[in-house]
Design a protein around this ligand. Structure first.
Ligand code: NIG
Ligand code: FE
Length: 415
């Protein structure tokens, strides 16, 4: 099938010259093409042609994009979308002065969602997750990571990974499952932490690896969750199964997570609200992406990550919603882009690089997606706008017209 995406106002290619990520100053170069059209063949980007010469091309279908701009399909690289139920009660408690950490320490937080997930069936979880995925698609997301981490038992973590894999096999976009059994210690193992570490690494790892339920292992380093020593052991054991690694760290305390992430060549270290200056330098020199989650700071009314310092020190910065029921109940990547402008002081260009090529890199998929370069998957987010600055300016308004995955329009805005 040959399709011509014809005459948009702008194509923001985010050209990375074949490289897998952009660091530091490179984030501000997004490569703008005007008066060009995109020729797609068999789901891949075949050519970028001057719109004045498209009559020479033979195609099966033409999509008129006048008055629209084309971006690479957005990549959402960090979500906990596979949850069940609501924590609106905790939201109200926080409005009355309780902190996120206090609520977690008193048995709420992740554990309250764990209880809901354990009581939900596979079918109920599928039904709950489906509209969340559709919502991401309606914003232009073509690759979406989803973590487990609310089961916290053998049965319930596998159940969650099976739910995520159900969508990996049936959804219209890329779904990337991540195993986050090391989210927090479940109550039944509070006094037997080594047994939980063994359950994760000696029972769940082999089962997940054999059944190909996830390629990524993630963990949460925090007081009240996992220590640096715990995660070092988890990562050592993960290597045997060749899992790619990611890490939640430096959300509330800076206790050595960044050096650990770098030691283990994590593809990303995520959160970093309280990262210290030495660790900014360390991560900025490394190949570990810094995934920033301004929705968490907004939702918890907490400190924002030092995006400017990270970019100025040459880091590979990506952005994500961290969509989850407790710390960022924000199922909206465009709002995160707008928060990144206002609160992280990132430029529109840096933000676009952060939600395309760099978030694709954090998921290990930037060879095939994340930019509009020849040979890559034809994944596009097409907006009804004349220029990309409008994306940041129109706060809370979804101006997406089409989501295109591997050349096909999989979502179209209703007229
Ligand atoms: O990334 N930090 C740990 N985990 C999630 C929050 C999960 C929850 O509160 O349910 C996060 O913020
Ligand atoms: Fe998270």
């Amino acid at each position: 099938m040959k399709i011509l995406y014809d005459s948009p106002s702008q194509i923001i290619t985010v050209n990375a010259g074949g490289k897998k990520y952009k660091r530091g100053k490179e984030l501000s170069k997004v490569d703008l093409l005007e008066n060009h059209s995109i020729f797609v063949e068999n789901g891949k980007i075949k050519d970028l042609v001057p719109s004045s010469s498209t009559h020479k091309i033979k195609y099966d279908k033409k999509i008129d994009l006048s008055g629209s701009i084309v971006l690479p399909g957005l990549v959402e690289c960090h979500t906990h979308s596979a949850f069940y139920g609501s924590r609106s009660n905790e939201f109200l408690m926080r409005l009355n002065g309780a902190t996120y950490e206090e609520i977690a320490a008193s048995g709420g937080g992740i554990i309250s969602t764990m209880k809901n997930v354990r009581n939900a069936s596979f079918e109920e979880l599928v039904k709950f997750l489906e509209p969340k995925i559709k919502s991401f698609i309606s914003q232009g997301v073509t690759s979406l990571e989803i973590k487990s981490g609310y089961g916290l038992s053998f049965y319930d973590e596998i159940k969650l990974l099976q739910v995520i894999n159900y969508f990996k096999n049936t959804a219209l976009i890329n779904i990337i499952p991540t195993f986050l059994g090391a989210h927090t210690y479940p109550p039944e193992y509070k006094n037997e932490k080594n047994k939980y570490l063994d359950l994760l690494t000696e029972e769940l790892f082999p089962y997940i690896s054999q059944n190909k339920l996830a390629n990524f292992v993630d963990a949460f380093i925090e007081k009240g969750a996992f220590s640096v020593e715990d995660v070092n052991l988890i990562f050592e054991r993960a290597k045997k199964y060749k899992f790619n690694l990611r890490l939640h760290t430096d959300q509330f305390s800076s206790i050595g997570g960044i050096p650990l992430a770098i030691k283990h060549n994590c593809l990303s270290a995520d959160h970093l609200e309280v990262i210290n200056d030495d660790d900014i330098k360390l991560i900025s020199k490394s190949k570990t992406a810094a995934v920033l989650l301004p929705g968490v700071s907004f939702f918890l009314d907490h400190k924002y990550a030092p995006a400017r310092e990270l970019i100025d020190n040459n880091a590979i910065v990506a952005l994500s919603t961290d969509y989850n029921p407790g710390s960022s109940h924000i199922n909206n990547l465009q709002l995160i882009m707008q928060l990144a402008a206002l609160k992280l002081r990132m430029s529109a260009e840096e933000i676009i690089s952060a939600v395309t090529i760099n978030s694709a890199y954090a998921l290990g998929i930037s060879e095939n997606t994340g930019t509009i370069e020849l040979g890559k998957d034809a994944d596009f987010a097409i907006f009804e706008l004349n220029e990309y600055s409008e994306l940041i300016y129109n706060i809370g308004v979804n101006l997406l017209k089409y989501t295109v995955k591997s050349g096909n329009i999989i979502y179209q805005k209703a007229d």
